[in-house]
Design a protein around this ligand. Sequence first.
Ligand code: ADP
Length: 636
Amino acid sequence: MTVKKLKFKTETKQILDLMVHSLYSHKEIFLRELISNASDAIDKAHHESLTNKEILEDDKDWKIKIAVDKDAGTLIVSDNGIGMTKDEVIKELGTIAHSGTKEFLTALQKREVQNNPELIGQFGVGFYSSFMVADKITVISKKAGTDNKEGVKWESSADGSFTVEDVEKEGKGTDVILHLKDEEKKYLEEWEIRNTVKKYSDFIEHPIVMDIEREKESKLDKTKKVKLKEEETLNSRKAIWLKNKSDITETEYNEFYKHISHDFSDPAKVVHYKVEGVSEFTSLLYIPSIRPMDIFYKEYKIGLTLYVKRVKIMDHCEELIPPYLRFIKGMVDSSDLPLNVSREILQNNRQVETIKNSITKKVLDTLSDMKKKEYDKYLKFYGEFGRVLKEGIHFDFSRRETIGELLLFPSTKTDQGKFRTIQDYVDDMKEGQEGIYYITGTSLDESLKSPYLEAFKDKDYEVLIMLDDIDDIIMSQFEFKGKKFKSVIKGDITLDKSEKDEKEKARKKYAKLLDLIRDLLDNDVKEVRLSGRLKDSACCLVADEGEMDPQMEKLLKSMGQDVPERKRILEINPSHPIFESMNKIFEEDRRNKILEEYTELLYDQALLLEGSKPRDSAAFAKAIAKLMVENVQHGK
Ligand code: ADP
């Protein structure tokens, strides 16, 4: 029999090292992870056995067994689930497939995991967490449906490599044998195992059993006591969603949430409901109170757990919930779907579509209710998940107004920490106001000071402040009750139609000067025009209506994306005295150097106002200093 020695991939090795050497709290979750893997393996075998009778073999008694060997110092978690072939063992236990690994590594290094042990489960490195308590792990596995006794043994001491070899194994399934570290021998004790199972794995549907030794009366001689081993089930296996709502306590609901979500905090809201009629299903949904760290990663596992007639079919069933509600945790137990339902069937299934619609509506209704009746709680929810929910405006056309009603924004008229809904905004719109105005930015304070708001403040128009990176993409195409959204930093703005004539007059007056400025800035801007948005500032830069929001452009650039350079429009405030002065100089001598100098300075100022840097900071500083000197000399 050959023993093959293989090396772990670099990232796996790094994670193992950190697991072994830097995690000290909540070590007991290793057992939850092993039990959860065992339970998944049984679910898979069970599910497969429904269509493939061979898998059942003679073993229908699904269970997870925990055993200890005090002499050897080992804790063994066995299951009679699907098992692994040699190739699978090498692949599944030798590499970490999850591509959020880099983020997890960073979190480990920053010690974030220390305080958020749920990350271990979220990042799919559950199996390795056993190295927190064991210095060596042996896994013996046999794939279900395999004839004879061909099994495989995997072993590692987390020292950069692992070995695999062929071994004989009786039944299908997997034994995970932990050689406990000296200081972790407490996990050999019955009460410690009992407590840990109760705490983290009570809701596992399959029995988690252990042989318990008890002293009993001897049947032969009643005066004597004998030691007897009896298999005992440690978990209560409650399918709580099948119980009546009134029979379930808040603690039970919360514990079940922690069990399915691997979150350590209580959920913000529980939604438990049953649908009967054309479609029959029960659903237990949770709105978490804290945003998981990886919710914006591509790898974030979306979806609810799907059961069919109480048989668990799959975790993370994406077809049951839209991505913009991906923060919802929970499960659905359907009475209509076939037990052998596959991903393909799920994707084009009317029943599944009906369930998804029902759940989406239920969640949105619950949020709306929370907003009305528990506003403070809703604020907290919105702070955690508002950015995710908002994606629905873009992706769920039929519900965009319903979702729109759930959004909250600070505005130029709100006090610190207060928010407006779009409906509030619309109710207070000024007469003749055409659309819903918003400004995008990265900080509330900066946005409030923005020169782009001058005319709006002057006219007492409210402007919503949008601070999420995706806001412009989403809002620029949104229409709420027939009202369009309009960015105050893009496109032409004319707030007051009566100002049109004045603007026309000014345009005529400054036409030639504007041409000169445009010629001078030919390489930098695509147009120079009079502004309807400025009151105090001299000029600003704006993008065309359909173009990308400068905030978004900056964000994409910071993420290293190639963003095509687009020229902006320079808007000039005709009522600013500088243009009167420049115009005078222009009329006297259109070649005067000062015109060129001022134009450059104005453009650099506009860059500063939009949060960019002047093109040449040194030249800019020099020009300002020169102006200061001239000013002083002039004043003398
Ligand atoms: P996760 O369970 O999140 O995928 P783990 O690191 O815990 O991550 O496990 C890696 C993989 O190893 C699992 O996805 C599964 O394919 C396999 N595995 C682990 N334990 C078992 C088991 N008891 N039976 C069968 N396969 C298992």
